[in-house]
Design a protein around this ligand. Sequence first.
Ligand code: GBH
Length: 501
Amino acid sequence: MEHYISIMKHTWKIVICCIIFTGLKECQAANLSFPGNFTIGVATSSYQIEGAWNVSDKAESIWDWYTHSYPENIADESNGDIACDSYHKYEEDIQWLKELGVDFYRFSVSWARILPNGFANEVSEDGLQYYKNLTQALIDNGIEPVVTIYHWEHPKILEDLGGWTNELMVTWYADYARVIFEELGPLVKTFVTINEPESYCAVGYNTTYFAPGKELENMGHYICMHNSLKAHATVYHMYDDEYRSTQNGQIGIVAQCYGWVAGDNVTDDSIERYFQFNCGWVMHPIFVGDYPEIMKTRIANISALQGYPFSRLPEFSDDWIEYINGTADFFGLNHYTSRMPVFDSNEDLGIYTIDSGIIASINESWSLGSAAWLHVVPAGFGNLLRMIRDQYNNPPVWVLENGYPDTGESDDYSRISYYYEYITELLTAFQDDGCNVVRYTIWSLLDEFEWTAGYTQLFGIVGVDFDSSDRTRSAKLSTAWWQEVISTRTLQSVPTANSTR
Ligand code: GBH
């Protein structure tokens, strides 16, 4: 209810401005239209949609292994064995993309599907063929392929060798990326090296909640990020040195950054520190150089207090700092939700439990979909975009994921309302505050396997019947809404239960 009220408020602002300044139609277009060169797309990831987990010579990935070994860790004890079966149904998926009218489709490649040994000593012809077919079919239909090289699922064998805690992963990842540049590069102009390293590092290497499920001494996540950043930079330079001149594409990384809004005890300093420990952990090394100062000093100090002879945050050599700095052609941003960051008052008592020293609090009145972490707080998105503008010299921002989970209902009014409010924030940040946002990506095309939440949190703008053997797809209200938004390049009003049926 609350966000309907805020939409109403916003609409009235526009109406009033329109009456005063120009004709209603023109003014609305100026406020709620996407800029001319803006592109709109939709995203998915391999493990979440493909299924066909053991087809042909595909290897077991860490998510195959994790869901099969610990079904009790998944909300509905499910897995991605079949998921949306997009491995077999990609042509139908492309028809949906075409009907939606999107400019691009962001999908990811499964490492285990194209390198069955994990290493580049053997390349799967079938695996490669799948991605070549998908890529070619997208191009034939006028849809730009945006390829994520790594979206959280490496072959299990590499995890047995330490996964992202082993620095050799940098080389293994680069070998894998080279296969993709060689084989798909001639058709693909846009690459994302790694999706949200902070997610799989923090949740996969410091808790048991995500694959590989390793709780590693409150430092596994830092080591994981250290190696992930090195891997990203290595592959960026490889593209730059060997492929850019012939393939002419763009390449970067994406982080999931939380936003924030004002609240009791939320200060400029608490916001700054929250931002640096979240977004800055990934992006400061790439857009400024090295980890944020506040991370380095706090983690070193707390590590010393805990008796470690070293900081749990690894140090980059000067060479690595320089090598990683500047390795992005765009600022890849996944954004969903916000918090009210406040300083942890336990520190006044000399108790240091969280390296950031920040409690990310929420307001109980914020509305939720089906995921407890995802509160609808559109204003936080604008704050985040302005912070990115200020911290990183206004880089071109590609929003590569944004979306809302429910339980799969086709009358998905709340999803449409979420999109309306969040994109209004985005357009305002662009028009009024000069934020250089140039792409927007809907998460997600399909209802799909949502990691530890299984099929209990569904983000699709197209539904999937997981009880039907052929995983029948069907339109939701948001399918038609997005069609209209994309074809008119203008936000459409949010339907209400009474107005549509
Ligand atoms: C993105 O992650 C992913 O890129 C995508 O695959 C995913 O489907 C999508 O968003 C929607 O979730 O339960 O409190 O431990 C978003 C970042 C990181 C958010 C892990 C949920 C677990 C929170 N996610 N996090 S909690």
